[in-house]
Write a protein that binds this ligand. Structure first.
Ligand code: NAD
Length: 439
């Protein structure tokens, strides 16, 4: 049975959720307080890049299964389920900033007239649902309001969000009422996957624990990569050897520039703070963050090893998004790398298939900072090429062409996308992360 649903927050998560729930046949209202975003969406444009999303968006908008609103009160008027998909960024001390979630809960409360199921999809600290419930009760000022709060954490990966919605590894549902459980099971019944029904705090914690564990794997292999650099071992082979052990698995053991994006950095910090708030020592997660923070400086050291002096060198950068197949640059290593290289006095030629417009807002083009439209144009006359994001098109680059375009054939590969022997065939001086001593 199709449900009437409001999705609050039209970011990477909310927009994907709204489009995909509409595709499943539900009647969905997407709401965001950012008037510019709502205007774009109403005008048939997506404010983000996500593979496959645009086609589905067109379909569900044309069939009027998905409409957009700027006002939460209007959006939730006749719906049965409300998904909260607003941001939960870090405060300066790493604690999750829940002000967007609280604001939505207040607005819902003031406009509640009959039963609603309120689903937190945003990544939130364990026991946030209790605060949502309390806020709704508090602001309803004694009016009798009927509602449930549930947790349904989102596990989608940017760049594969649509695929992940329809084919997730699992769906986690945290509920404390039969009515909420029934509604959510019905909503997800078209999706063929394992559905885990648990209590609400458990569901909330599954998300934070999962992201922190993945971040931990990345920092672990980066720690090993540094040892490989000192000893001549090859971190890729170490990771392969480790990954063949089924208890470990190969995923998330790629050494390089570390993790970025809007989730891993903030979620590890938030879980560290949650531990601390209960007087538990989560120093393990602090170490994960410290290792990750150190990756950019390790990379800059390698660039200096390769070029000696950076002042007045022309440096090409391939990849600016925090990972491939997205235009998202939140916490992207590229931002810190570009800043450091400019500080050192280098001239930069930047290329990314999707993220350049977003980066231009941080670093407007200037005499020393050029954005180019083609990856080969970036290396033209360059003293070094830095690989910062592992887009597929970089992996299959014509290295002969790269070498011939460059002033000095130096590649510093922050994502280990090339095989050293292959690159060296083209007389390129090749530096990578944790694969023995430099070229
Ligand atoms: P985002 O910043 O892209 O989008 C959040 C949206 O919420 C923005 O458009 C903002 O304008 C809107 N918003 C804020 N307050 C509002 C209000 N009061 N009313 C209406 N709209 C409001 O964030 P995102 O990347 O989509 O992430 C959302 C949540 O999902 C976060 O908690 C994040 O940790 C989690 N999450 C993100 C990902 C991911 O890959 N991006 C994956 C899983 C979970």
């Amino acid at each position: 049975m199709a449900l009437k649903i409001a999705v609050v927050g039209m970011g990477y998560v909310g927009l994907t959720t709204a489009v995909c729930l509409a595709k499943l046949g539900n009647d969905v209202v997407g709401v965001d307080k950012d008037a510019r975003k709502v205007k774009m969406l109403k005008g048939g444009k997506l404010p983000i890049y996500e593979p496959g999303l645009y086609d589905l968006f067109r379909q569900v908008v044309n069939s009027e299964k998905l409409v957009f609103e700027e006002s939460i009160p209007r959006a939730i008027e006749n719906v049965g389920v409300i998904f909260i998909c607003v941001g939960t960024p870090s405060l300066s001390d790493g604690t999750a900033d829940l002000s967007q979630v609280e604001e939505v809960a207040r607005t819902i409360s003031e406009n509640l007239d009959s039963y609603r199921l309120i689903v937190e999809k945003s990544t939130v600290p364990v026991n946030t649902a209790k605060w949502i419930r309390r806020t709704i009760e508090l602001y309803s000022k004694g009016r009798s309001v009927e509602f449930d709060v549930a947790s349904n954490p989102e596990f989608l990966r940017e760049g594969r969000a649509v695929e992940d919605f329809f084919h997730p590894d699992r769906i986690v549902i945290g509920v404390d009422s039969e009515r909420a459980k029934k509604l959510l099971l019905e909503l997800y019944s078209p999706i063929d996957t394992k559905v885990l029904v648990v209590d609400i705090p458990t569901a909330e914690l599954i998300k934070h624990a999962s992201n922190s564990f993945l971040a931990l794997k990345i920092s672990f292999i980066n720690m090993i990569a540094d040892l490989c650099d000192k000893t001549g071992a090859d971190v890729k082979m170490v990771a392969d050897g480790m990954g063949l052990d089924k208890r470990i698995g190969r995923a998330f053991l790629d050494a390089g520039l570390g993790y970025g994006g809007s989730c891993f950095p903030k979620d590890t910090k938030a879980l560290f703070r949650i531990g601390e708030s209960y007087h538990l020592d989560f120093g393990l997660l602090k170490a994960v963050d410290v290792i990750n923070q150190g990756r950019v400086e390790r990379f800059i050291e390698k660039v200096k090893d390769a070029l000696w002096v950076l002042k007045d060198k022309v440096i090409a950068v391939w990849g600016l998004s925090f990972k491939p197949d997205t235009d998202d640059i939140r916490e992207a290593p590229s931002i810190r790398i570009v800043r450091r290289l400019l500080e050192e006095g280098a001239s930069l030629r930047l290329f990314d298939p999707k993220a350049m417009e977003n980066v231009k807002r941080v670093f407007p083009p200037s005499g020393r900072l050029l954005y180019v439209n083609d990856m080969y144009e970036a290396v033209d006359g360059a003293n070094a090429l830095l690989i910062v994001t592992e887009w597929n098109e970089f992996k299959t680059a014509d290295l002969r062409k790269v070498a011939s375009y460059m002033k000095t054939p130096v590649v510093v590969d922050g994502r280990n996308i090339f095989e050293p022997e292959e690159v060296k065939k083209h007389n390129i001086f090749y530096y990578s992360m944790g694969r023995g001593k430099s070229a």
